[in-house]
Write a protein that binds this ligand. Sequence first.
Ligand SMILES: C[S@@+](CC[C@H](N)C(=O)[O-])C[C@H]1O[C@@H](n2cnc3c(N)ncnc32)[C@H](O)[C@@H]1O
Length: 256
Amino acid sequence: MPWNPDTYHQFEKERSAPFDDLMQLIERRDGLTVIDLGCGTGELTRRLADALPHSDVLGIDSSPHMLAKTAAQVRAGLRFERAQLEEVTGQWDVVFSNAAIQWVEDHPALIPRLLSLVRPGGQLVVQLPSNHKAPAHMTILATASEAPFQAALNGWTRQSPVLTVGEYAELLYQHGGRNLTVFEKVYPHVLENAEAVRDWTRGTALVPYLERLPADLHEAFLARYTERLRTKWPTSPAFFGFNRILFAANLDSASA
Ligand SMILES: C[S@@+](CC[C@H](N)C(=O)[O-])C[C@H]1O[C@@H](n2cnc3c(N)ncnc32)[C@H](O)[C@@H]1O
């Protein structure tokens, strides 16, 4: 099961709060060139472009399913292309990414690579989930480690590449980032119940598991996962605190 735009958009309101916080970190000027890495279906890229007067914005994403929806957002000054975010080349005034770089490994290598896409004096502005140790995510690992799923996955589980706020701050500084803003925030979502928590992760963290599991094990995996979630959230509502890291850095002009 690849990225599914409909599943992802089920919690649109909750998912847009960190985007709004991230937008506050952009230093706004007229006529900025911007790239949105891992733009998904492009609604938020459109909001980004609309908020930056006379900007020229490119959204890139690796998923053809997500990109198929971006056609509705295209306008003068806003376009979309298929690309891997870790392979992009070129330079922009603002290199932006909301909830995408957690899917790319090796952040000590990725952060300098992203900074290399920033024009001197420009900005890198990123939000990524840091919720990999939270119950909903640990429960995915526990379920994937049980029979028959463990064998079907050949023992594979996804290890998060996400670093600590301190490590991002240091990496940014060491590779020419200045005027650093780096923080972690808990987004307090109140979901209906354990099933809603499952549905949330189904749009994101479960994707690589469902991609690897044979289709005839999907229902069994989701049922076992939900059963475990119900022990954590037996009643309604379910408080679902979601940690995210946000950072912004200017590229030092001397780094050119
Ligand atoms: C959680 S969605 C976020 C989408 C959008 N930025 C938003 O905030 O709604 C993550 C997106 O990252 C994309 N993605 C994952 N790995 C990627 C990669 N290596 N290169 C480009 N896009 C990637 C996925 O296809 C998906 O659309």
